[in-house]
Design a protein around this ligand. Structure first.
Ligand code: ADP
Length: 169
């Protein structure tokens, strides 16, 4: 298939919660592709901090400034969802070497299932290379500042989860 300048990319993940590292990938992806669909995976094997509906809303707020970004949720195989949305690209972020083995395995698996869909990796901006949703939750649990790690619209909501006696500001 030839490039037609209208490539839709699906960016799948847990986003529990979305971090500035994720947002960086979304912003850069939105400059490369005609549309980026951020797809929240409803993964029954994980116990999330936020429900899928909450995460979709949080990502919508954080990406409101990006007109070609849509937020959705899915379950099942990522390639099946990508096909359904007529996406030719699965977008993923690479932080450190330890991400690589898992991501490579996923990319090969997905190509064996759907050869017409390409996995495209963007390497993280250096300042976010240590950042993950788990790191954010760990810091918030112990009352540390997460202001520099997550979109501003989300700071109070996350703090509230761990320090419910504090009023959300
Ligand atoms: P998953 O459970 O599918 O790994 P995540 O929400 O943890 O979902 O991550 C989704 C994608 O975003 C993955 O490709 C992951 O490598 C990437 N990612 C996570 N954190 C960052 C970051 N700080 N910088 C760049 N990419 C990131």
């Amino acid at each position: 298939m030839h490039g037609d300048g209208l490539t839709i990319a699906v960016y799948p993940g847990s986003f529990d919660p979305i971090t500035l590292g994720h947002l960086d990938i979304i912003e850069r992806g939105s400059r490369l592709f005609s549309q980026v669909i951020v797809a929240v995976l409803a993964n029954p094997s994980k116990t999330p901090l936020f429900s899928v509906a909450q995460r979709v809303r949080q990502i919508e707020q954080a990406t409101a400034h990006l007109p070609n970004v849509e937020v959705d949720s899915f379950d099942g195989l990522t390639v099946a969802y990508a096909r359904q949305r007529q996406a030719r690209v699965i977008l993923r972020g690479l932080r450190v070497l330890s991400d690589f083995e898992y991501e490579l395995q996923m990319a090969h698996t997905n190509r064996s299932l759907a050869p017409e869909i390409e996995t495209v990796f963007l390497t993280t901006t250096t300042e976010y290379s240590f950042l993950s949703s788990s790191v954010v939750k760990e810091i918030a649990r112990f009352g540390g500042s997460i202001d520099h790690l997550v979109p501003p619209s989300l700071v109070a909501e996350i703090k509230q989860c761990f320090q419910p006696h504090l009023s959300a500001t």
